[in-house]
Design a protein around this ligand. Structure first.
Ligand code: SAM
Ligand code: DTB
Ligand code: SF4
Length: 343
C-alpha cells in the first residue's frame, strides 16, 4: 500500500487521489467512499479539488426563468409542473431585451455565467429563433451562456450549437431506479439521449441531480456513478438539495441529514475531479457553516441572486459576506471562462 503524496495517508481509497480522471467507477468503491469517516472523505475531496482548481475561488452563476410554469411533465419535485397545485403564476417566453437586461444586472453583481431555464418538456421549433437571440445577446455581454429547456431534437441541438451556446443543463436528477418514482412522463434513457446529443454537438454539458427526495444512499451512488462513467465528465455538476415546495408531492418529506448532502458533494468531486461541482438549489436552508463544509468538499460554484428559477435564494450581500469570512473570492469581472481550473 502506498502513501498518497497529497493527503499523506495510506488507504486504498486515498490512493484514488492521484489517479487520473476515470470513467470506470464501480458501485462498491463509490459506496465505500460514502461510508468513509466524514473527515477522511473531506480531506480526500479537498486534496483532489486542489489538484485541479484554485481552492479559495468560487464561480458565480445566475439563473433566470425565461418561460415559467405550465409544464406538462410530472416531476414530483417541481413547482412548475401542471400536475401540482403550487399557485405559481405561469408566464410565456420572455422577450430577448428583458433577458439581456437581467443578464447585464447579473454580470454587474458578479456572475460570469447566465443560466436560462424554460419550463418545457422540450422547446417548440417556433421558439428557437428567440432562444438563439437570447444566447447571442448574453454572450455579447462577455458572459458564459447556459440553457436548460428539456429534451432537444437533433436540429434544435445544432441550432443551439450554431448560436454559440456554452453549456446545456440537463440533470439526471437521481438513480435510474429511483427516477421512475419521481417522474413518469419521460424515461431516464430520454435524459441520457439528450445528454449524448448535446455532448456530440460539442456543447458543454452541465448535469447533476437533486438529493433529499427520499432516495437511498445507493441511489446517490448510482446517480454519481452514471455521471462519472459518461464518455466525458460533465463540465459542471450541479448538486441540488431539494427545495420542498408547497403543493408538490415531496413537500412533506423528512429533511435529509446535512452531512449526507456534504458527502454527496465530496464524492461527486472525487469521482469527477476536473469538473466544477456546483452547490446549487437549497442554500437558503443551509447555515454558513454547512456551506463552508460544501466548499471544503470541493464545491466551487454557486447560484447567486435572490431567485433561483421560481424559488428563493440567499441575498447576494450575505453570499459575499460569507465568502469574505472564509477568505474566498469570486471570479467576478464577467470574463468568459473565468473559473478556470489551476492546471
Ligand atoms: N424543464 C427543463 C428540465 O427539466 O430539464 C429545465 C428546467 S428544470 C426546472 C431544471 C432543473 O431544476 C431540474 O432538472 C431539477 O434538477 C431542478 N429543480 C427543479 N425543481 C427543483 C426543486 N424543487 N429543488 C431542487 N431542484 C429542482
Ligand atoms: C440546477 O441543477 N439547478 C437549477 C438549474 N440547474 C436550472 C434550478 C434549481 C431550481 C430550483 C427550484 C426553482 O427555483 O424553481
Ligand atoms: Fe417541467 Fe423541468 Fe419542472 Fe420537470 S423539472 S416539471 S420538465 S420544468
Amino acid at each position: 500500500m502506498q502513501t498518497n503524496r497529497v493527503t499523506g495517508q495510506s488507504s486504498s481509497v486515498n490512493q484514488q487521489v492521484s489517479d487520473p480522471v476515470r470513467h470506470d467507477w464501480q458501485r462498491e468503491e463509490v459506496s465505500d467512499l460514502f461510508a468513509e469517516p466524514l473527515m477522511d472523505l473531506l480531506l480526500q475531496a479537498q486534496a483532489v479539488h486542489r489538484q485541479y482548481f484554485s481552492p479559495n475561488k468560487v464561480q458565480i452563476s445566475s439563473l433566470l426563468s425565461i418561460k415559467t410554469g405550465g409544464c406538462p411533465e410530472d416531476c414530483a419535485y417541481c413547482p412548475q409542473s401542471v400536475h401540482h397545485n403550487t399557485g405559481l403564476e405561469a408566464a410565456k417566453l420572455m422577450q430577448v431585451e428583458t433577458v439581456v437586461r437581467e443578464a447585464r444586472k447579473a454580470k454587474e453583481a458578479g456572475a460570469t455565467r447566465f443560466c436560462m431555464g424554460g419550463a418545457w418538456r422540450s422547446p417548440k421549433d417556433r421558439d428557437m429563433d428567440v432562444i438563439c437571440a437570447m444566447i447571442n445577446g448574453v454572450a455579447d455581454l462577455g458572459m458564459e451562456t447556459c440553457m436548460t429547456l428539456g429534451m432537444l431534437s437533433p436540429q434544435q441541438t445544432l441550432q443551439l450549437r450554431a448560436a454559440g451556446l456554452d453549456y446545456y443543463n440537463h440533470n439526471i436528477d437521481s438513480s435510474e431506479e429511483y427516477y421512475k418514482q419521481i417522474i413518469t412522463t419521460r424515461t431516464y434513457e430520454d435524459r441520457l439521449n439528450t445528454l449524448e446529443q448535446v455532448r456530440e454537438a460539442g456543447i458543454g454539458v452541465c448535469s447533476g441531480g437533486i438529493v433529499g427526495m427520499g432516495e437511498a444512499i445507493s441511489d446517490r451512488v448510482d446517480m454519481l456513478v452514471t455521471l462519472a462513467n459518461l464518455p466525458e465528465h460533465p463540465g459542471s455538476v450541479p448538486i441540488n438539495m431539494l427545495v420542498q415546495v408547497a403543493g408538490t408531492p415531496l413537500q412533506h418529506l423528512d429533511k435529509m441529514d446535512n452531512f449526507e448532502f456534504v458527502r454527496t458533494i465530496a464524492v461527486a468531486k472525487i469521482l469527477m475531479p476536473a469538473s466544477v461541482v456546483r452547490l446549487s438549489a437549497g442554500r437558503l436552508e443551509m447555515s454558513d457553516e454547512m456551506q463552508a463544509l460544501c466548499f471544503m468538499a470541493g464545491a466551487s460554484s454557486i447560484f447567486a441572486g435572490t431567485k433561483l428559477l421560481t424559488t428563493e435564494n440567499p441575498e447576494q450581500e450575505a453570499d459575499f459576506e460569507l465568502l469574505r469570512r472564509l477568505g474566498m473570492t469570486s471570479n467576478t469581472g464577467g470574463d468568459k471562462h473565468a473559473a478556470q481550473p489551476v492546471i
